[in-house]
Write a protein that binds this ligand. Structure first.
Ligand code: 13P
Length: 251
């Protein structure tokens, strides 16, 4: 089954509302209506509305970097799926390794968020990935399998096409050190098999993330089980992000 590639820009804790809107307008100018590939950007919460307004009428979609699993409540600092939909989000990144590392995100909280996002009609991008220590110990597949199994608990096979996985080896994030296309493909193929055991898989997109740049995008995106990229640093530079989008091999 054909999977439409997705290039997602995770802006992390960068860009104010005004700066984010300017970056979004720049991306709209550069990317126009390029077919055969989906593009989405993930600004920080306070910039979502302004970036959404700047993207209006374009083919670039809006997403958020995290959410809470409850609809509302006394959860200081948190936002719900409904609030993200209200401000125009279609996607939400869940379980990013920076949330796991710095904010106590666990497999259990990711699981609750995935279910809440799907129930609300948001498309979750569920991030998994091993640390350098775990890779050196020969365990990358065991780690990502555990993370995916947990995230998918309670998710039916029928929901899998609405979910996106992102393989982001922690040692490749922000380090300039990318997984080789073969290393990434090996993990993506294992994730695809795991999705198959869960009753789906062929329609689920699996993105690669970790120091994706214009120079390495083509080789990574050419792998059979790599369906797009989750881009950090390079997504903050319109020219680089546009070059990554243009590197997608369009069928
Ligand atoms: P970098 O592209 O800056 O390595 O970040 C990757 C990432 O964490 C995207 O979510």
């Amino acid at each position: 089954m054909a999977r439409v590639p997705l290039i997602a820009g995770n802006w992390k804790m960068y860009r104010t509302a005004a700066d984010g809107a300017a970056l979004a307008r720049d991306l709209c100018r550069r990317l126009g209506s390029r077919g055969g590939v989906e593009v989405a950007v993930f600004p920080p919460f306070p910039a979502l509305a302004a970036v959404g307004a700047a993207l209006a009428g374009s083919a670039i979609a809006l997403g958020a970097q995290d959410m809470h699993w409850e609809k509302e409540g006394a959860f200081t600092g948190a936002v719900s799926a409904g609030m993200l939909l209200d401000v125009g989000c279609r996607f939400v990144i869940l379980g990013h390794s920076e949330r796991r590392q710095h904010f106590g995100e666990s497999d259990g909280t990711v699981q609750r968020k995935v279910r809440a996002a799907l129930a609300a009609g948001l498309t979750p991008i569920v991030c998994v990935g091993e640390t350098l220590g775990e890779r050196d110990a020969g365990q990358p597949l065991a780690v990502v399998s555990r993370q995916v199994q947990a995230a998918l608990e309670g998710v039916t096979g029928g929901d899998l096409p609405r979910l996106i996985l992102a393989y982001e080896p922690v040692w490749a994030i922000g380090t300039g050190r990318t997984a080789t296309p073969a290393q990434a493909q090996e993990v993506h193929a294992a994730l695809r098999r795991l999705l198959g055991e869960h009753g789906g898989g062929s329609a689920t997109r699996i993105l690669y993330g970790g120091s994706v740049k214009p120079e390495n995008a083509l080789a990574l995106l050419g792998q059979p089980d790599i369906d797009g990229a989750l881009v950090g640093g390079a997504s903050l530079v319109a020219e680089q992000f546009a070059q990554i989008v243009e590197a997608v091999p369009v069928a």
